[in-house]
Design a protein around this ligand. Structure first.
Ligand SMILES: Cc1ncc(COP(=O)(O)O)c(C=O)c1O
Length: 404
């Protein structure tokens, strides 16, 4: 098979100072390594330009506020949002989904309303909905998967009713790598008058995302999976939805006027950003967006697709290996080896300097559906090349030899 596209042109490992020679980092779906440009942006943010935002009357703070708001605009452009005011800075996708569940769900859902999820969701797109369902009396439905491990949109469409108020789905599964037909999901949700929230954690590092083209209502992602810092993430929402949503956390920076009799709030996005924000994290996220856009999301998608193909081909020729997920998984390959616990796979691979994830991947309902407690997972990034796939396969062969 010709996998030229997967190696030399996109071997960006030299940009990543925390990846030593000979170490195969295959855990980008958990968190991506950081390129020097992101590390330098964070360094500059603390060592040269640091100040608070939105409050200072001095020049340094005004400049930092401008940089902070310019980064918001950059994020809006990255996902093709209509305006920077539709972009809310949060700690990560987990916080973004909790925000929507608590604020939108808390003000919109009532007994008898329904929430549609799917079997493959990450816990952070399950538990916040369970919490708000318990509080409001709404109920949760779970769409099944197709034979080839995608969210079954035919079944989901058939299950949707006018009582469904929101559909919340992973754009890309963190375990299976399956890519949702997001435009169709939006059409199905809107047909019954429901909103569509997409958990884009695993999509934004791997493909160009255009929220206007998809037609979703909320989109969430975490900066640290996009080669940016931890502690910063994005909630994008349609402006009319954000404007109608009450604040979910109170404090400084989100108020218009505070009195003991009555407090009024700023419009979005400030309404949802109580307290001092992660100023330098925002600058780091902007640098991460610059980094992936310099390489190009199309090139990244093609590169990871080629690595997935090569890994799946090689692993499927080993008898005891069971592969999960579709053939065209986006950058993620989950697998199991008959008679070997995934933790043992991970430990033995680590001895060969190959870092993978082993566990339930915060997707216990999906594990139950697959009939396993855990899987091993290799996930790719821009720093990986053919040599990493080869190291993975050599490591797996060693595991099978050790376990006979
Ligand atoms: C699909 C998906 N959703 C949500 C999350 C939660 O992201 P975070 O822990 O950065 O909030 C993850 C992280 O693993 C994920 O893969």
């Amino acid at each position: 098979m010709d996998i030229a596209v997967s190696t030399a042109p996109l071997d960006h490992v030299a940009d990543f100072p925390a990846i030593p020679a000979g170490w195969s980092y295959l855990d980008s779906a958990a968190t991506a390594q950081k390129p020097l440009s992101v590390i330098e942006a964070i360094d500059r943010g603390y060592s040269e330009t640091y100040a608070t935002v939105h409050r200072g009357v001095y020049q340094r703070s005004s400049e930092m506020t401008l940089a902070f708001e310019a980064a918001r605009k950059r994020v809006a452009g990255f996902i093709n949002a209509g305006s920077a005011n539709e972009v809310v800075f949060v700690r990560g996708a987990t916080e973004a989904i909790n925000l929507v569940a608590q604020s939108w769900g808390g003000s919109q859902l009532k007994p008898g309303d329904r929430i549609m999820l799917s079997v493959l969701e990450h816990h952070s797109n399950i538990v916040p909905w369970q919490m708000i369902a318990e509080r409001t009396g709404a109920e949760i439905d779970v769409a099944p998967l197709t034979q080839d491990a995608r969210i079954d949109l035919d079944a989901l469409g058939a299950m949707l009713t006018e009582r469904h108020r929101i559909v919340a789905l992973a754009h890309v599964s963190n375990v299976l790598g399956s890519v949702l037909d997001a435009r169709r999901a939006a059409e199905l949700a809107h047909r019954v008058g429901a909103k569509l929230l997409l958990d884009g954690c695993q999509a934004v590092p791997r493909m160009a995302v255009d929220v206007a083209d998809i037609g979703c209502d909320f989109y969430t992602f975490s900066g640290h999976k996009l080669y940016g810092p931890t502690g910063i993430g994005i909630l994008w929402g349609r402006p009319e939805l954000l404007e109608a949503m009450p604040p979910w956390q109170g404090g400084g920076a989100m108020i218009d006027k505070v009195g003991f009799e009555r407090t009024t709030y700023l419009p979005p996005p400030a309404r949802f950003e109580a307290g001092t924000p992660h100023v330098v994290g925002v600058l780091g996220l902007e640098a991460a967006i610059d980094y992936v856009e310099r390489i190009g999301l199309e090139a990244i998608s093609a590169h990871e697709a080629a690595l997935v193909r090569e890994a799946r081909d090689a692993l499927s020729s080993i008898n005891s290996v069971r592969l999960f997920g579709p053939e065209d998984s986006a950058g993620i390959v989950s697998f199991a080896i008959e008679g070997v616990h995934p933790h043992d796979i991970g430990t033995i691979l680590d001895e060969s300097r190959v870092a993978i994830r082993a566990g339930h991947h915060c997707a216990q309902p999906l594990m139950a559906h697959l009939g396993v407690d855990a899987t091993a997972r290799a996930s790719f990034g821009v720093y990986n090349g053919r040599q990493d796939v080869e190291a993975l396969v050599r490591g797996i062969e060693r595991v099978t030899r050790i376990f006979g």
